[in-house]
Write a new protein. Structure first.
Length: 453
């Protein structure tokens, strides 16, 4: 405790760090305040049906990411997810279209153009999702709950539809702007931090509801609740190991997994991680799992409604099978775009480094590629298992809202963002010769979740 108090004092002594933390808190307060500002023309006292709809399932997860703004019919109802979807599309295009590949090689100027394209695409995606959200809102609320500026009007007018779509687009762009400002002037990656804040906002209520349900009659009692908490802590520790991965793989181990038995010299390491993709594959997969909900909002057909229903049940077999498969595929994809074996081999050669028993250049690149191909599979499977854990524990009797914290996107984001934020704070402390947050002086974050440019 004494060390923690001293660390807080040290943080407060550093003017730049203090300013960044206060700025971050200020932007977060703005974001949380906006999540309670209801769309004009909607009666906030009659949102019970919408809140019941978002109590569980995929809509419940989307509501969690938006910090409750979705169920509040807020101006920030769509949150930051359209921007995440736009980022996914742009990164996919960077793999297939030469123009985007050229932009990536242009350094800062190319990165600025890519960010600009991502913003334009965010507007288009939000413009597609906003009418679906308004359509669902109109279907869930009683007619008198939506009387745009005229209590005698019992059905939404064209003006209500147009104004609400514009407000939702503006809200998403403003949330994106807040995230970019946090990245630039605050602590941590702003986009990831806003998602984390939305998740944390649901934790006290989920924990309280689970506690009340357990102490109620036939709920299992306090012992079951404590067992759930112990299991949750254990899963969190495993998740920390998964997010951190390993930063260096022993050469001897790398040679063993690729079938090369030759090894000599002192113990050396290759700068690779078992989980090089971090939490990004699960975010990519989760964003795509929201697509059926958007499509269902534009269609009244029974087939489309049934399809959306099947992929809105996060405890369902098909939902989890597709979700896990997409995570494994995205893990390979994201590892491929973040790790370039040829570039690593070239950098090692320029700096005089080498892998014992492997020729520099092309052979080294092939060796690194072979190692990554073999270690990505177990890492991706472990990531997929963590992702579907909420569905498993929900089927075992844990409430769906509290089950989201047993794994999946929410827990991975929480752990990853907290580690990154602590790592940045620690860097400021160590640069000014203060003790770090940990005795070792090192907190491993995971840089692979930086969504903002």
């Amino acid at each position: 405790m004494k060390r923690i108090i001293q660390t807080i004092k040290n943080i407060w002594k550093i003017e730049e760090l203090r300013q960044r933390i206060l700025t971050t808190l200020g932007f977060i307060l703005i974001y949380r305040f906006g999540s309670f500002v209801v769309l004009p023309g909607v009666d906030p006292s009659q949102l019970a049906a919408l809140q019941a709809q978002t109590a569980d399932g995929l809509l419940g997860l989307l509501n969690m990411f938006s910090g409750g703004a979705f169920s509040n019919a807020s101006i920030f109802a769509l949150g930051i997810m359209p921007y995440i979807s736009a980022s996914i599309v742009v990164q996919l295009l960077s793999m297939a279209i030469p123009y985007f590949q050229k932009l990536q090689r242009e350094g800062d100027s190319g990165r600025k153009k890519i960010n600009q394209i991502t913003r334009y695409l965010t507007v288009l995606i939000t413009a597609g999702q906003a009418p679906a959200y308004i359509g669902n809102l109109v279907s869930q609320l009683p007619p008198e709950a939506i009387s745009p500026f005229d209590p005698n009007v019992m059905s939404p007018s064209t003006f209500f539809w147009v104004s609400s779509v514009v407000i939702l687009i503006t809200g998403t762009m403003f949330v994106m702007w807040l995230g970019e400002r946090i990245t630039e002037k605050g602590i941590g990656n702003g986009i990831s931090l806003l998602i984390m804040i939305g998740i944390i906002a649901n934790l006290p209520r989920a924990l309280g509801q689970e506690f009340l349900s357990r102490i109620a009659q036939d709920g299992g009692g306090l012992v079951i609740f404590l067992i759930e908490i112990v299991i949750l802590i254990f899963i969190i520790l495993l998740t920390i190991l998964l997010v951190q991965g390993t930063r260096r793989i022993p050469v001897q181990f790398a040679k063993r997994i690729v079938g090369n038995k030759q090894y000599g010299g002192v113990r050396q390491y290759i700068p690779l991680k078992v989980n090089a993709a971090g939490v990004m594959p699960i975010i990519f997969a989760q964003a795509l799992m929201f697509v059926p909900l958007t499509l269902a909002g534009f269609s009244d057909s029974d087939a489309m409604t049934g399809f959306a229903a099947a992929f809105s049940n996060f405890t369902g077999f098909w939902y989890n099978l597709v979700f896990a498969t997409m995570i494994i595929l995205f893990t390979y994809f994201y590892t491929a775009i973040t790790i370039n074996p040829n570039q690593m081999a070239e950098d090692m050669k320029k700096n005089g480094g080498f892998i014992p028993g492997v020729k520099p250049g092309k052979k080294t690149a092939e060796f690194i590629d072979g190692v990554m191909s073999r270690i990505v599979l177990p890492g991706s499977i472990f990531l997929a298992i963590v992702a579907i854990l909420p569905a498993i524990v929900s089927l075992m009797g844990v409430s769906s809202e509290f089950a989201q914290f047993y794994g999946g996107t929410s827990l991975l984001i929480l752990v990853g963002v907290i580690l990154d934020t602590l790592q940045q704070i620690e860097s400021h402390l160590l640069m000014r010769h203060y003790d770090g947050l940990m005795k070792s002086g090192r907190i491993k974050g995971r840089s692979s979740m930086n969504m903002a440019g």
